[in-house]
Design a protein around this ligand. Structure first.
Ligand SMILES: [Zn+2]
Length: 478
C-alpha cells in the first residue's frame, strides 16, 4: 500500500494599500482596470529605479504571522530569485529565501466536520513580489504591469499532508484567517490565493521521502482535489510498471483532467538565490511589534472550538458562521443580548442564509435592522409566539422589512385562535387524561408541567402561544 505525501506552497495576495516596493496602488481586481494604468519606474523595473519597502504590506503580513502564531526572524532578509519569463523582464523576483520573515512552527487546523484537528509543520513564511501578467490574444501577447510588484505572502509547508481533504481543510483555514482579519480576500478563483502542490508517494509506514512532482498554480478547491487524485494515480501507475518517478514541474489541466509536464528537475540551485543588494534587512522595532501585539486579531480556529465544545453546534451552523466575517460579527452582536446561541444560529443558518444566497448579499444588507432581529428573538425567547408562527414572522420580515411586533398583531398571533372556552375544554380534557402527570406536578415535580403543556400544544395544533397555555394550565392546576 502507498500513501500520499504532500507539501504546499501557498501564495496569498494581500490587500495592502500600496504595492510592495513603490507607491502605486495595490489593486485587488485587475479585470476592470485599464492595463498598464497603475505603474511607475519601480514596478516596471526600469534599470535605474530602486525598490523602497512600503510599510502597508509589512503590517498586513504581520497580522498573518500573528494569526498563525509563528516564530520569526528579526531582522529578515530579501533575496533575488533569478529566472527569466516575459512577465518578469528584470530577470529576477525579490523574495526571501535565506532568512525569511516567519520560520519553523506548527499550525493546527480542523477537519471538514470540525470533530478533529490535524497539525502541519510550516517551513517558512515570506514576503515577495508578484510578476506582471501576460495576456494572449490570438497570435499576439501583451504584458500588463498593473500586477507587477504587488505583495504576496508565501507560506511553505512541510510535506505533512496525507490526503486531498487535509490539503483543502488547511487552505480553508488560511482563507478564513485572511478574510476575518482583512488581510486579503483569498479568492482562489480570482487568483488571490494560488497553490503549488508538491506530491510524492511512498510505501505506507516508510519514513524516507521519494521523488516529488510539483503541480503549479491550481485555482479551485475541486481542481486541487482532482489534481491530487490524478497525480497520485499517475505516480502509482509508474511504480506498478517498475519504473521510477522523475522530479518534474507539471500543471493541472482541468479540461483534459490530467497533469501536464511543464519542465523537468528544478531545484533551489537553479534559481541562483543571492541577497538583494538594493534593500536593507527588514528590522521590526519594538514600537511596531507592540502596536501589532495589541491590535485586534480574530483567530477563526478559536471560534470553531467555542462553537463545537461550548455551544454544541453542528457542521452546517459552523459553516455559515465561519464562512463570512459579516455573518460572524452579526451572530456575536446577537449573543450580547443573552439569547440562547442555538436559538440565534438556527435563524441565521436557515432562512437568513438562504435569503443572502438568493439575493447575493451579506447579512448586513437584510431588509430589517439588528433592532428588529433582537425583537424577533425576544418574541421567541419569551414564548410569545410558537415556532411555526415565528417562521411566518421571519418570512414576512425578509419580504417586507416590517417590524416583528406589527406582523404578530396583523396575524393575530398574540391572540388565541380559538375561544377561551374551547381552550379551557382542551386543557380540562388533558388534565383528565393524565392524572399521573397532574399529581406529579402537584406533588412538586415542576417538570411534569412540560409534559402537560406538550399535550395541550398538540391538541391546539401549535397555534396558541405558549405563554397563554402555561398561564391557563397553571391556574387550572392550582
Ligand atoms: Zn509602481
Amino acid at each position: 500500500m502507498f500513501e500520499l505525501v504532500i507539501g504546499l506552497e501557498i501564495h496569498l495576495k494581500i490587500n495592502s494599500e500600496k504595492k510592495l516596493f513603490c507607491a502605486c496602488r495595490n489593486l485587488q481586481d485587475f479585470i476592470k482596470t485599464q492595463p498598464n494604468s497603475n505603474i511607475c519606474p519601480v514596478c516596471t523595473w526600469q534599470p535605474w529605479s530602486l525598490p523602497v519597502l512600503q510599510r502597508w504590506a509589512v503590517e498586513k503580513s504581520l497580522l498573518l504571522w500573528r494569526a498563525l502564531k509563528c516564530s520569526f526572524n528579526n531582522p529578515s532578509l530579501f533575496d533575488r530569485k533569478s529566472y527569466f519569463y516575459p512577465d518578469l523582464p528584470l530577470g529576477y523576483q525579490i523574495t526571501q529565501f535565506y532568512k525569511p520573515y516567519g520560520k519553523e512552527w506548527t499550525v493546527s487546523f480542523y477537519n471538514e466536520s470540525y470533530s478533529n484537528s490535524t497539525n502541519v509543520g510550516i517551513h517558512a513564511l515570506q514576503i515577495e513580489t508578484d510578476t506582471a501578467k501576460t495576456i494572449h490574444d490570438g497570435d499576439d501577447s501583451f504584458i500588463d504591469f498593473n500586477r507587477a510588484c504587488t505583495p504576496l505572502v508565501e507560506i511553505v509547508t512541510k510535506p505533512d499532508f496525507r490526503s486531498a481533504d487535509e490539503v483543502t481543510n488547511f487552505l480553508k483555514e488560511i482563507q478564513r484567517i485572511a478574510r476575518f482579519n482583512n488581510i486579503g480576500d483569498a479568492d482562489l478563483e480570482k487568483w488571490q490565493m494560488r497553490v503549488d502542490v508538491n506530491l510524492s508517494i511512498r510505501p505506507t509506514g516508510q519514513k524516507e521521502y521519494w521523488t516529488r512532482v510539483e503541480i503549479k498554480n491550481i485555482n479551485t478547491f475541486s481542481n486541487i482535489k482532482a489534481a491530487i487524485h490524478v497525480e497520485y494515480a499517475r505516480q502509482l501507475e509508474i511504480l506498478q510498471q517498475w519504473d521510477t518517478v522523475t522530479q518534474q514541474t507539471r500543471r493541472w489541466d482541468a479540461e483534459s483532467w490530467t497533469t501536464i509536464l511543464m519542465r523537468s528537475k528544478e531545484d533551489a540551485l537553479d534559481y541562483r538565490y543571492f541577497p538583494e543588494p538594493d534593500l536593507p534587512p527588514l528590522l521590526l522595532d519594538e514600537t511596531i511589534l507592540d502596536a501589532m501585539n495589541t491590535s485586534e486579531l480574530v483567530i477563526p480556529a478559536d471560534f470553531i472550538q467555542l462553537y463545537v465544545e461550548t455551544f454544541g453546534f453542528h457542521k452546517e451552523y459552523i459553516n455559515v458562521l465561519i464562512g463570512s466575517p459579516v455573518m460572524h460579527r452579526y451572530f456575536h452582536a446577537m449573543l450580547l443580548h443573552d439569547f440562547e446561541p442555538k436559538s440565534i444560529v438556527k435563524w441565521l443558518a436557515g432562512p437568513i442564509a438562504a435569503y443572502c444566497k438568493e439575493h447575493f448579499v451579506e447579512i448586513d444588507a437584510l431588509p430589517f435592522d439588528q433592532e428588529k432581529m433582537i425583537r424577533f428573538l425576544r418574541l421567541i425567547q419569551s414564548h410569545a409566539i410558537t415556532n411555526s408562527q415565528a417562521k411566518i414572522v421571519m418570512k414576512e420580515m425578509l419580504a417586507t422589512g416590517d417590524d416583528p411586533d406589527s406582523i404578530v398583531s396583523a396575524h393575530k398571533f398574540d391572540e388565541a385562535w380559538l375561544s377561551e372556552e374551547q381552550l379551557m375544554e382542551i386543557i380540562s380534557s388533558v388534565i383528565q387524561k393524565n392524572p399521573d402527570a397532574v399529581s406529579d406536578y402537584q406533588g412538586g415535580k415542576d417538570t411534569a408541567i412540560k409534559f402537560l403543556m406538550w399535550q395541550v400544544m398538540r391538541d391546539t395544533k401549535g397555534q396558541v402561544p405558549h405563554t397563554i397555555i402555561l398561564e391557563k394550565l397553571t391556574t387550572s392546576l392550582s
